[in-house]
Design a protein around this ligand. Structure first.
Ligand SMILES: [Zn+2]
Length: 371
């Protein structure tokens, strides 16, 4: 059992926007100080070096012939779900280097899904994926996933993906809660107790797909289906928020692995961003974000408004989905040392050979210049 004495823990959740969960806005640091200090020169150097590294990747990609892209895309396709829990655990340990913790709380469907996510991510990232998975029952049912980086266990350090079993077990409650608190202004339940749009003008492909999935959901729905609805609601909240402000908006696509990619964003970011730990400088940067940057963050998503860390994880997710970012968003992402989406050992050709209907793998080399 992993003890709870860990350094960092991040959760993605739907309702946290109104109550940021960081301690950065304490009153001992004024916003003026924050404005004057900004990022330290060290952090600026970090950004500079990051750009040099990205440029090198670009050169590498432009000159490298496609070596084993077929093998990689084959590997993505070839994930076979385990038939029982022991098999899933052994596969995780031997093939993915992942330790399961408290797996008695999980079911086979969840373990197979998590294994598949990590399997796909590992093809691209090798050692930059979580190497422990902890199943726990969290009070908040609107937080399906979290990340605890560098947790110590038996003398080893783990980057641990935390899976909230309560989200799965109380999914109906989650859906009702999301409907009551976040969607009701735009979506209603009709006389057949099915969700439908109040204003047909808000209709679009992704939103219709979400509503269809919310209506199709039943007690047999898989973990993937639940996660897909969660991620879809996340995009719908951002979409409706923009509409509510009278802005022109399009709803982003969504898939079951979006929240996982968000956590990968935290993991990669934690390796290069020195302000993950508590410090006066961190507090100043976080306060500056809340005071002056949330209007940029909300272009990305509602959730991105929570903190610089959530902004980076959400933006990383958008990059991985191949979405276009504004110059302001790109600039802020660079300021916070946001990770590139592109492991340098993978040639760009691979990203073009994405699995059908799987937008999260749509990453073009063209994006290299955009982050
Ligand atoms: Zn997060």
């Amino acid at each position: 059992m992993i003890n709870s004495n860990y350094k960092n823990s991040y959760y993605i959740s739907q309702n946290a926007v109104s109550k940021p969960n960081f301690k950065g806005s304490s009153k001992d640091t004024s916003s003026n100080q924050a404005n004057n200090e900004g990022l330290s020169s060290g952090a600026k150097w970090g950004i500079g070096l990051g750009l040099v590294a990205l440029a090198s990747v670009g050169v590498y990609l432009a000159t490298k012939k496609k070596p084993d892209s077929k093998q990689v895309s084959e590997a993505i396709k070839h994930f076979s779900p385990a038939k029982n829990i022991d098999e899933a655990k052994n596969y995780a340990k031997k093939e993915l280097g992942v330790e399961y913790v408290d797996d008695n709380l999980a079911n086979l469907d969840m373990m197979n899904t998590v294994n598949e996510w990590i399997h796909k991510e590992k093809i691209y990232r090798k050692n930059e994926t979580p190497n422990a998975v902890l199943f726990s029952k969290e009070e908040r049912i609107d937080s399906p996933l979290g990340l605890i980086d560098e947790i110590e266990f038996n003398g080893n350090k783990f980057n641990c993906l935390k899976i909230n079993v309560n989200f799965v077990e109380k999914f109906d409650d989650f859906l009702n809660q999301a409907y009551e608190h976040r969607l009701k202004q735009f979506i209603k339940k009709n006389d057949k107790n099915k969700y439908e749009l109040i204003n047909p003008e808000h209709s679009n492909y992704n939103l219709n797909k979400l509503i269809e999935k919310m209506n199709a959901h039943n007690e047999k729905s898989s973990y993937k289906e639940k996660m897909e609805i969660f991620n879809g609601i996340s995009e719908a909240i951002t979409y409706f928020n923009k509409i509510g402000k009278g802005e022109k908006a399009t709803m982003s696509s969504f898939s079951h692995e979006d929240a996982f990619i968000h956590e990968i964003g935290h993991l990669l970011h934690s390796k290069k961003y020195k302000h993950y730990n508590d410090s006066a400088e961190r507090k100043a940067i976080f306060k500056e974000f809340i005071d002056n940057k949330t209007h940029i963050a909300e272009e990305v998503s509602e959730y991105a408004k929570n903190s610089p860390l959530e902004f980076v994880a959400e933006t990383y997710k958008k990059i991985r989905k191949g979405e276009t970012l504004s110059d302001d968003v790109k600039k802020l992402y660079k300021e916070y040392d946001g990770p590139g989406g592109f492991p340098d050992e993978i040639p760009n050709i691979i990203y073009k050979e994405k699995p059908q209907n799987d937008k999260s793998w749509l990453i073009g080399a063209a994006l290299l210049g955009s982050v």
